[in-house]
Structure formats: C-alpha cells, structure tokens
Design a protein around this ligand. Structure first.
Ligand code: GLV
Length: 319
C-alpha cells in the first residue's frame, strides 16, 4: 500500500500512518502538480491539501488510486463527482476545523467592527500624527446587533454560539432549514437570503464553495446590504465577487469587511490593500500548530479507517 502526501507537514500527526505504510512526503516544500502527476500511477492513496487540484486528468492517470484524503473540511479542489464515478472514496476533516475557523470569523468580525488592525497600523505608521481622542476612530457596535450567517453547517453553528454569547441576534440562510429543535437550541432564526441581507449588521459566509455559492455575494447583494453592514468571509474566496466588494467598500455601500480568503488565490486584489475598512488575513482559519497536527491525525484516521476498517472515515458523499 503506497501513500502519497502532496504537502509538507509536521510529522507528529502522521506517526501512526508512517509506522504502518510506505508514505511519501515532499521535503521542505509541497509537491507541484506536475510532480504528483508523474508519481501518482504508483500510489493507492493520495493525501491532498485544500488548494491542490485533484482533477479528471490526475484521476485518469492513477490506476491504483482508491482513496483521496483531503486535508480540509472543504473539497472544492477535488472533482468529487468524477472521483465517485470512478469508484474512489473521498474523505475530509470536518471536526478539527470547526472551532478554529469559527474563532477566526469572530476575530475578523470584532476587528472589522472595532477597527483594531486599522488602529494598530496607524499607530505604527503615523505615530504621533495619528488622530486619537474620544471622538476619533469610532467603531461599530457588536452586542445587540444582528449577525446573518450564510451556510449553517458545523462552522456556522459554532459561530452562532459565539455570537449568542456576545449578545448578538443570529439569523441564518442555508440550503435546508434546521429542525426547529436545533434552531431553538442554537437560538437562531431561518430567513431568506434577501431578508438576511436586508436585516443583518454583519454577514458571515460559512458555506462550501460550489457552483451554487459562486459569487453568492456580488454587486446586487452588496447593494441589498445595510450601508452600516460588515461582511466576513472565512469560507472560500470565490463566494464573493471581489471586484464588486472593492467598489462597495470604496463607495461606502457597506461599512467594512473581514476576509480570510480571496477570490483569485492566496492574495487579495491590490485595491483591497489600499482600503482601511477591510481586515485581511491569508487563509489562517485553521493555522495553529495544534490544529495542523490534529488535522493531520484526522487525515491519517481517514486513511487507516479506509484501509483497515477499524475506525470511522469522514466520507464525502456528493460534490
Ligand atoms: C480550510 O480551508 C478547510 O477547508 O478546512
């Protein structure tokens, strides 16, 4: 059984897998797509990172492949429909991702509302030329405000709990409405997307990236949001039309944004870097040492569970 890991990773999480199987890792960098393409015919299992494309071409070049174990809850990097059609299993790592991602969403929400990073940046760059005083640097309130969550899966629910604890009202929109018992427990109210955009003081995106969620926030949606609203995206960049967002932030159509993911890859549009009313982080939703290791363990559990049947596998059942 040969296992190919496309990314460089702390080995603690992979100890059990390495003790049982032949595992190939890149050293000090990730494998390129071309390298993986060359190697894949020999491998039974592919452990991919969320930004590594597992497409038809690669799957067709992998006669022995049985399992694609993604290091992420999201799997938009994988052609899941084709993989399943070819009889492959696809697995992901939802559990370890939930709390850290909800925490980053909350951090961006607070930061964008209270202008924490903006003030820090101005203190450093302007020094005593920065305007300070009780009437300067006014932020937006959080407690008592309404948070609209688009995508009420694990991360959306974890964020709802955090928002509730801060005294926010939580409304949500999702493909399916939750059972009433769960809504009551989470203290959340289901609304249409239009209602959510009209009512929310904060809109947080916590949905997977699919053809249906591409540009779920575009020009039209930004116009429907309150002028005082703040947009948070910790899901995937293409959920937001980033060009439209630049315009909305510049022209005051919405108040601010907090983004951990960008539409065109690892970096935001340069125009966003010029704006003070946006907080930007480079996809650090799960970026703690502990989470990195726990996610690696979850990948290994999926691989060993798949090969040996001794533990549950988090299977992706549909695209
Ligand atoms: C991170 O982005 C993930 O999908 O887990």
């Amino acid at each position: 059984m040969k296992i190919l890991v496309t990314y460089d990773m702390f080995r603690e999480g992979f100890a059990e897998l390495e003790s049982k199987y032949e595992v190939t890792f890149p050293e000090g960098r990730d494998f390129t797509y071309e390298e993986v393409y060359e190697m894949i015919p020999e491998y039974d299992v592919l452990c991919s990172m969320f930004d590594f494309p597992v497409n038809k071409e690669l799957i067709d070049h992998a006669p022995k492949l049985r399992l694609i174990a993604n290091y992420a809850v999201g799997y938009n990097n994988i052609d899941v429909a084709y993989a399943i059609e070819k009889g492959l299993t696809v697995a992901n790592t939802p559990d370890p991702v939930t709390a850290p991602t909800a925490n980053i969403a909350l951090g961006l929400l607070l930061d964008a509302a209270r202008r924490i990073t903006e003030c820090d940046r101005k203190l450093r760059t302007l020094g005593k030329k920065m305007k300070v005083g009780v009437l300067e640097n006014l932020g937006a309130p959080v407690t008592g405000q309404t948070l609209g969550i688009i995508g009420m899966g694990r991360i959306g629910k974890a964020l709802a709990k955090r928002a509730n604890a801060m005294g926010m009202e939580v409304i949500y929109h999702n493909r399916h409405q939750l059972y009433i018992e769960e809504e009551t427990k989470l203290n959340v109210t289901y609304v249409t997307k239009e209602e959510l955009l009209a009512k929310a003081d904060f809109v947080s995106l916590n949905a997977p990236y699919t053809p249906e969620t591409y540009h779920i926030i575009g020009e039209e949606e930004l116009r429907r949001m309150k002028r005082s609203a703040i947009l948070i995206n910790t899901a995937r960049g293409p959920l937001v039309d980033e060009h439209a967002l630049v315009k909305a932030l510049r022209e005051g159509e919405i108040r601010a944004a907090g983004l951990d993911v960008f539409e065109f890859g690892d970096y935001p549009l340069p125009e966003l870097l010029e704006l003070d009313n946006v907080v930007l982080t480079p996809h650090i939703g799960t970026q703690t040492l502990e989470t990195r290791i726990i996610m690696a363990k979850a990948v290994c559990d999926n691989v060993i569970g798949f090969l040996e049947g001794d533990r549950p596998v988090s299977r992706v059942l549909r695209p």
